[in-house]
Design a binder for this molecule. Structure first.
Ligand code: PHE
Length: 453
């Protein structure tokens, strides 16, 4: 354990886990996916997915990780007795780690760019700013987007290279509470904007006619993504967890914080969308076209804007480090690479595969309108390695913990050191039946309706 590093304290772990969970997934992705999927119904589906799939899978991942003290591939290898099919599931998680790191850093780069714009006063005291235009110009500059992408990858590598305690924990501990306070203040500003009511209605009053299979897949993907599940982050973070820790309680707090931040981000963005006359279904650019106007319309908006973008960057970094940590831990554990080599190799590969994603919002015509596919490379990448790969990963974690390794062993691990697990029966039921069956049905339904018909 000593050579792999470990968390220094219980709150240190919960904060690092919450730091991994809370990031662009809550602040950038949740609002735009909610906007694109009909509002309140999506929010309900998202919450159900968090409770019935997310939480049980998080307990499973942390338990599997702590039991083996390994990365996902090493964990599956060890507990399955070296079965290839389980190692392949671990390999899929590694692949998700590389690819999600690649595209996530693109968006984090946009945030850095927007921080720069805010600091230099480009959103300050300007009348009738066309924020859609500003965004379109920003993302279609190839130099800007690729430079910012590289910058985020570099910053992340730096933190991960410094190791578990020094880097990740320290960052998470201090700034997440501050981010939350700022979010609340912004939410208050948003809901009191003239024209906010329509956004609030969209966000809070469910229209069940909007319910469909694809929306549920999106809700499931969002739940897993924002809770950092299905790609082995929580397995890896669990591997640094001491035996004394109460896994179900830690998982509960991480899930709780994440949900609160998602919901609050919705209260910041949704009312502002209607107040600013924007489109709920704007897609990935949603927060970038809405936020500058919100800051423009509030007292002290300049400072708020600067502070807010800085904190989102830090929230994003505590997530990117947790993504990069997965492949890095794999190379360190399984291939005996030095931490430095592992981090460097992953960073370079992620930069290369992320570059087309960075160019896919207008900087390159080819990647923006992929010939014959009718979509852009970023969308493909974030759907395939986001919603789809995480759902597959979570499905197999549930099968593995619930059936293969077994809930008996899982419970013994959870209850080691005298920790009690009050909802043992419920968890067993969720992880064996509810989570895998739901994921399976949603997949089967989407494949049936989208691909086969
Ligand atoms: N949960 C992180 C976020 O919301 C993203 C993430 C996904 C991190 C998967 C780790 C694993 O920003």
């Amino acid at each position: 354990m000593a050579t792999r590093g470990s968390w220094s304290s219980k709150t240190g772990f919960i904060l690092a886990g919450a730091g991994s969970a809370v990031g662009l997934g809550a602040i950038w992705r949740f609002p735009y996916v909610t906007g694109a999927n009909g509002g309140a119904v999506f929010v309900i589906a998202f919450l159900l997915c968090c409770f019935f799939i997310g939480y049980p899978v998080m307990v499973a991942e942390l338990t599997l990780g702590r039991n083996t003290e390994k990365n996902p591939v090493g964990m599956f290898n060890k507990l399955s007795g070296g079965k290839l099919r389980w190692k392949l599931v671990g390999a899929l998680m590694l692949l998700s780690g590389f690819t999600i790191f690649a595209w996530y850093s693109v968006i984090a780069g946009w945030v850095v760019g927007y921080l720069y714009k805010t600091v230099t006063g480009q959103f300050h005291n300007v009348q009738n700013l066309d924020t859609n235009q500003v965004f379109a110009e920003f993302v279609s500059n190839p130099l800007t987007v690729t430079f910012l992408h590289a910058l985020v990858i570099f910053m992340t590598s730096f933190v991960v290279y410094r190791g578990v305690k020094g880097g990740i924990e320290l960052l998470s501990k201090w700034l997440m509470p501050l981010l939350f306070v700022l979010l609340i203040l912004l939410a208050i500003r948003s809901v009191t904007l003239p024209g906010a009511t329509e956004g609030l209605r969209f966000y809070l009053m469910p229209d069940f006619s909007k319910l469909n299979g694809q929306m549920i897949l999106a809700a499931m993907g969002q739940a897993l993504f924002s809770l950092s599940l299905g790609m082995g982050t929580m397995i890896t973070y669990g591997s640094y967890l001491s035996k004394r820790e109460n896994i179900p309680a830690s998982a509960f707090w991480i899930t709780f914080f994440e949900i609160i931040v998602c919901l609050t981000a919705g209260f910041v963005i949704m009312p502002a969308v209607s107040a600013m006359g924007k489109d709920f279904a704007s897609g990935p650019e949603l927060i970038f076209v809405v936020l500058p106007s919100v800051f423009g319309e509030m007292p002290g908006g300049y400072l708020f804007g600067v502070g807010f973008f800085i904190l989102i960057i830090i929230a994003a970094l505590t997530s990117t480090v947790s993504i990069l940590e997965v492949p890095a831990a794999y190379f360190v554990d399984e291939k005996a690479w030095s931490r430095k080599k592992a981090v460097t190799v992953v960073a370079v590969v992620a930069y290369v595969i992320g570059t087309p994603a960075a160019m896919a919002s207008g900087a390159s015509e080819f990647w923006t309108n992929l010939p014959g596919l009718g979509t852009d490379f970023f969308t493909i990448m974030s759907t395939a390695f986001g919603d789809v790969s995480l759902s597959i990963g979570a499905f197999f974690v549930a099968i593995f913990a619930g059936w293969h390794w077994g809930i008996g062993r899982a419970n013994a691990e959870i209850e080691s050191n005298g920790n009690s697990f009050a909802i043992k029966k419920l968890w067993g039921f969720l992880i064996r039946y509810v989570a895998p069956i739901t994921i399976f049905i949603v997949f089967a339904h989407v494949i049936w309706t989208q691909v086969l018909r």
